[in-house]
Design a protein around this ligand. Structure first.
Ligand code: UDP
Length: 329
């Protein structure tokens, strides 16, 4: 495989690069390093099968150039994290809409296989127990910037799907449900690295709302082999596939697990949504994937338990900053 990974310097992208290189593939990363970092890829620097191109997916010529010699495109670049989306709505929209269009267009022109990373956010406020891929979207007002990520990712899916239908582009749409693991930063919202960072620093653990909202955290190490397998499975083309974990936890319960596993003396502090994200923020009460489709297509079965996932993040953060006074990422 000669693969291009957009967003390859990010959390999920860098693990994908590690996996592809370890399996003998050639990898070219296109990343503007806005939320990703070169540190995530330092283990690959100097590898003759690996190259990092620093640039934006909004640069159409660059995108075409980078994709011109590959056979597979994993499109993971996006403006991510609730704080990014709420603080920079226009920039996020541009990246997530026009960026994807540029990448899918170049992949189609090249005749490369294409995968776009989508998100459980596309289900919006639908909190059905076990969301299947054909579940309805329940989105709030399009004028609330909070929903712009869900709106843009929904359109990304549609653009990829229509390209697939009209041009025969082999395309896979993966919907990630709260994927977490080492290298993920809490700087832009993601709750697990935030809580771990806070616990290691002895700072209050900031639970937003009353903490009864529930999530199902999936391990990056479970989903990476699945992403690659889906790309190699024609039955997965031109459809959306959920990927995530199966162990559900309340956010309050997560905070308690993090405190226990770090041995921290941090207390839990409840923060209103308004103070956390600004006025009018709407959180999803529950988001739980049904992964039967991935199970049927590629035998997907998440293996990692929540405690192990949290443990791997604690280990990574401790290694990053060995002193007991760790600054929150
Ligand atoms: N959250 C929290 N404290 C934080 C960051 C997030 O309580 O410091 C909550 C957030 O409101 C949501 C859940 O944790 O209910 C998961 O947030 P994240 O941004 O990781 O993912 P989301 O599911 O919102 O996409």
């Amino acid at each position: 495989m000669k693969a291009v990974v957009t967003g390859g310097a990010g959390f999920i992208g860098s693990h994908l690069c590690d996996h592809l290189i370890a399996h003998g593939h050639e990898v070219l990363v296109l990343d503007d390093l806005s939320t990703g970092s070169e540190t995530n890829l330092e283990q690959l620097s100097g590898n003759p099968d690996f190259e990092l191109v620093k640039g934006s997916i909004l640069d159409k010529t660059l995108v075409r150039d980078v994709i011109s010699e590959c056979d597979t495109v994993f499109h993971l670049a996006a403006a991510v994290g609730v704080h990014t989306i709420v603080d920079k709505p226009l920039q996020s929209l541009r990246t997530n809409l026009h960026g994807t269009e540029n990448v899918v267009e170049a992949a189609a022109a090249r005749g490369a296989r294409f995968l776009v990373a989508s998100t459980s956010e596309v289900y919006g406020k639908n909190d059905t127990d076990g969301l299947t891929e054909d579940a309805d979207r329940i989105l709030g007002s399009p004028l609330k910037s909070r929903w712009s990520y869900a709106a843009a990712k929904g359109l990304d899916e549609l653009v990829a799907y229509v390209y697939g239908e009209e041009t025969g582009l082999p395309c896979v749409i993966t919907r990630f449900f709260n994927i977490v693991g080492p290298r993920q930063t809490g700087r832009y919202g993601m709750v697990v690295p935030r809580f771990v960072g806070q616990a290691l620093a002895g700072e209050p653990i900031t639970v937003y709302g009353d903490g009864t909202q529930r999530r199902c955290f999936g391990s990056v190490f479970d989903i990476i082999p699945a992403v690659v397998k889906l790309m190699e499975t024609p039955a997965a083309y031109n459809r959306a596939v959920n990927l995530g974990g199966l162990e559900e936890v309340t956010i309050r319960g997560l905070a308690e697990r993090v405190v226990e596993l770090t041995g921290s003396s941090s207390r839990i502090e409840y923060v209103s949504y308004e103070d956390a994200y600004g006025e009018g923020y709407e959180d999803m009460q529950r988001r739980m994937p049904d992964t039967a489709l991935a199970g049927g297509l590629i035998g997907y079965k998440p293996q990692r338990r929540l405690d192990d996932i949290i443990g791997s993040i604690i280990e990574h953060k401790r290694a990053e900053s060995p002193s007991p006074q760790v600054v929150v990422a």
